[in-house]
Design a protein around this ligand. Structure first.
Ligand code: 4AZ
Length: 240
């Protein structure tokens, strides 16, 4: 995260870390209930299901803290329309393996609500993005950070033929707060008038980080509501 603030443990209780074969945080992810985590498709490969680990309750990726639980995966579901060149449909579901008959729902880990309508939030809405990715000095972060960014509706002009349906832009006017390398797969959460958070985006791509005029691009979760409901079987809030 470029700019922003250090997070406290469980401040973003749906934020998870994905660790790959190199025992570092490779991506973020979002707990949505049951044994299910949402992330970016470009973070995972179906064939690597056995190497990934999900870490919940983690604050600092090099300093161990109590409250961490780790899960192996049963399944990686990558969206059928994912295009690794254009990052269209950059969304994947990870199914965690419940540990010795227990659940996938450790104490203090809370599933995020999924946005179900394109009308819930509009241009200029303030939202929070979080992750363990690079900061403004392009330095790897070990402790979770978060920042305020704003939904933007001008990205079809900014990114032209690289901006597709199912993508959403967010940033700040001066680029001082942004997601960056390593934040991919993590949550962009917007808050309604009752201060209930809804998952609106998944960190996907952008031209560099923290650059004025180049907001971050997010997978627009609402666009994939039916796909998520179908593959997880979770009873998400009714769409109608
Ligand atoms: C990346 O490389 C990346 N500023 C993630 C987010 C953004 C840029 C790059 C958005 O994973």
């Amino acid at each position: 995260i470029v700019g922003g603030f250090p997070a406290e443990q469980f401040e973003f209780p749906w934020q998870v870390a994905i660790r790959g074969e190199r025992e570092t945080v490779s991506c973020g992810g979002v707990y949505i209930g049951g044994c299910w985590v949402l992330t970016a498709a470009h973070c995972v490969r179906r064939s690597r299901v056995h190497v990934y680990k999900i870490w919940t309750g983690m604050l600092n990726s090099v300093r161990y803290n109590t409250g961490i639980e780790t899960f192996s995966l049963n399944q990686v579901i990558i969206h059928g329309g994912y295009n690794s060149k254009t990052y269209e449909n950059d969304i994947a579901l990870l199914e965690m393996r419940p540990k010795n008959g227990k659940t996938c729902h450790p104490p203090k880990i809370v599933p995020v609500c999924i946005a179900w309508s394109q009308y819930m939030f509009r241009n200029g809405q303030q939202c929070k993005v979080s992750g363990w990715g690079f900061d403004e000095e392009f330095t790897r972060q070990y402790s979770l950070k978060w920042g305020y960014i704003y939904l933007m509706n001008n990205c079809s002009e900014i990114y032209k033929n690289r901006y597709f349906k199912g993508m959403e832009c967010a940033g700040t006017h001066d680029g001082s707060v942004d997601s960056c390398k390593g934040d991919s797969g993590g949550p962009l959460v917007c808050y309604d008038s009752n201060n209930v958070g809804y998952l609106w985006g998944i960190v996907s791509w952008g031209e560099n980080c923290g650059e004025k005029g180049h907001p971050g691009v997010y997978t627009k979760v609402e666009h994939y509501f039916d796909w998520i409901a179908l593959h997880t079987g979770l009873s998400l809030i009714s769409k109608y």
